[in-house]
Design a protein around this ligand. Sequence first.
Ligand SMILES: O=P(O)(O)OC[C@@H](O)[C@@H](O)c1c[nH]c2ccccc12
Length: 259
Amino acid sequence: MSTILDKILATKRSEVAARRAAPAAPVARGEPSPPRGFKAALDAKVAAGGYGLIAEIKKASPSKGLIRADFDPPAHASAYQAGGAACLSVLTDQEYFQGHEAYLIAARAACDLPVIRKDFMVDPWQVAESRAIGADAILIIVAALDDGPMAEIEAAAIALDMDVLVEVHDAHELERALRLRSRLIGVNNRNLKTFEVDLQKTYELVRRAPKDCTFVAESGLTSRADLDAMAEHDIRCFLIGESLMRQADVEAATRALVG
Ligand SMILES: O=P(O)(O)OC[C@@H](O)[C@@H](O)c1c[nH]c2ccccc12
């Protein structure tokens, strides 16, 4: 059975092939500003006794459809920063998430936070493109890649001084992730096959991760109580999109979570 992830990856491969063939793609060229430390920003919040929040700029998703009608990346970026987020995540996939590179460029210009490009990496070429639009970090989804290409994509990011968030769903993927160099690991509580969210997954996997890893719980988190429950298990970094994007006052909602 083909899953949503299989579908997204197939679309992404043909998209990348088309972009590579047409270097005049609508991507801002020129010198991007130097990378802002993404993992360092999370670690600094935690060292100061707080939570490291990666706040996501997300217009829509395959499971929820349109999430925010008055979508405004620069306004959301400055609200997230003012509310106490450590980092931003910006969806750039167009086909399934209604994202765009232009949203990342505009969001990053509107704040001082490090930004991860949230997209589906299938080719090291996309890493250079990500840096060219200003991204400070990329996402590697272990379920989407074999070990060889996964290591190549990571190496391309490290060569550009970018951080890599390595996303896993189970113990086997975590083992594969730990053979990479990055020590920034995310557990996606959302099953990409069924879209179901199970926060228990994070609790299970954090016990198997070495202590020197920065560990991020991703998806389905909605309240301060969710974060405090995770903190009992020593998890202090979070990636949150939908529940923040649905609030009228994004800054106040961010502050209520991590302020
Ligand atoms: O909107 P939520 O439930 O707070 O989840 C955010 C983030 O974890 C989710 O958008 C995400 C995690 N990994 C991904 C990979 C691709 C696309 C999206 C994602």
